[in-house]
Design a protein around this ligand. Structure first.
Ligand SMILES: C[S@@+](CC[C@H](N)C(=O)[O-])C[C@H]1O[C@@H](n2cnc3c(N)ncnc32)[C@H](O)[C@@H]1O
Length: 347
């Protein structure tokens, strides 16, 4: 990120913590970051059977390959099974998850959110057993534990720690710090778009240590593309593409959710999930929104939404221009959810 030819650099942004700033003038459609995940984990409750591969998160074919030791994990190919057995689904993870997924497990009566935290704890402990140096990266991310996280960390660590060797670094304090990072810094891996809707559900979560530094804006100048169900080798990479030109020195921001959410939903999610009150221009205007009958169609954010929200049925993804070719900006917009293309005649 700090390499001299990188389009972005990390800086302190007043009242936001760290953020990413353009190091040169950047063009709409430009890809400013492609990054592989440090950690991936499933978003499925522990006692359900996911419909996607436990290694690559692509939708499972009809013929699946189960883990030879547990009945819970399924893979789409021998290659994915082999990769997982040597990484995310090590014998330690397999044994620990099998215990947690047992019908008599204390987790069977716990809410969905705690079950996903259990998956995260197993995934992160497994990662740190194999790559202890990743701990510093994880601990440097934003987020501190609150009371609820301290309680769930204590509970989850007590279930998992009997499977850990005595000389390991894990503790309930560390579990709490890690869960607090997970909440704020994870990106969703989504089911493919379907016109039947209603909304794409979440297959899994990924921690991307550079992408996590993008701050939120309700009128973002960049958005995230993902290609989880593509046949690309790096299908779980995250790709951040610019929606508009960005001046040197300006911050590049994404939206942490669909850009067409109303003011009260945005306000609630940003406070409950991310712990901040948004001060962007759109929020300032919408906080004082009243139904005075006056047309609002020429307000900058209303124009932005009508241009960049995908209008395909049940989609509402964000449209961003295709990457520039030979330094020439594209006038074709692509939706980051459904892949819909539309020509932008105003370009
Ligand atoms: C994923 S992190 C983004 C990077 C973070 N700023 C850092 O220093 O590591 C999300 C956190 O950044 C801060 N943040 C993001 N967007 C913000 C905004 N528009 N206004 C204020 N704080 C923001 C909030 O503290 C939020 O919980």
């Amino acid at each position: 990120m700090d390499a001299s030819n990188s389009p972005l650099r990390l800086e302190h942004i007043p009242s936001k913590g760290k953020g990413l700033i353009a190091t040169k003038p950047l063009k709409a459609g430009q890809i400013v970051l492609t990054e592989s995940p440090l950690l991936l984990y499933s978003a499925s409750p522990l006692f359900s059977q996911p419909s996607y591969c436990d290694n690559c998160f692509r939708t499972l074919p009809t013929q699946t390959i189960p883990c030879p030791s547990c009945s819970h994990c399924k893979f789409c190919s021998q290659k994915c099974l082999y990769i997982a057995l040597n990484s995310s689904h090590s014998s330690w993870s397999c044994q620990t998850l099998s215990y947690l997924q047992n019908k008599t497990s204390p987790l069977s009566t716990q809410p969905f959110e705690i079950q996903v935290q259990a998956r995260f704890i197993v995934a992160v402990y497994n990662l740190l057993m194999h790559n202890p140096s990743h701990l510093n990266i994880l601990l440097s991310l934003h987020g501190d534990p609150n009371e609820a996280i301290l309680d769930s960390a204590k509970f989850l660590h007590s279930l998992v720690s009997p499977f850990c060797q005595k000389n390991m670094i894990f503790s309930d304090e560390l579990a709490a710090k890690l869960i607090a990072k997970e909440r704020i810094n994870s990106f969703c891996l989504m089911e493919p778009y379907s016109q039947k809707g209603p909304q794409r559900s979440i297959k899994g979560y990924g921690i991307y240590p550079k992408a996590t530094f993008f701050n939120h804006d309700c009128i973002p100048n960049a958005c995230r593309f993902d290609y989880v169900d593509s046949s690309d080798e790096n299908n779980t990479d995250i790709v951040i593409r610019l929606i508009k030109d960005v001046d040197v020195g300006s911050e590049v921001c994404i939206s942490y959710f669909r850009i067409n959410k109303d003011y009260s939903s945005r306000k609630r999610i940003l406070m409950e999930d991310y712990g901040f009150a948004c001060e962007c221009d759109r929020c300032k205007i919408e906080a004082n929104w009243n139904d005075d009958g006056e047309s609002k169609s020429d307000l900058p954010h209303v124009c932005f939404l009508s241009k960049y929200v995908c209008d395909k049925k049940n989609c509402a993804g964000t449209m961003a221009p295709l990457p520039p070719k030979d330094d020439e900006a594209s006038n074709v917009l692509e939706c980051n959810f459904c892949g819909n293309l539309k020509v932008d005649n105003a370009t």
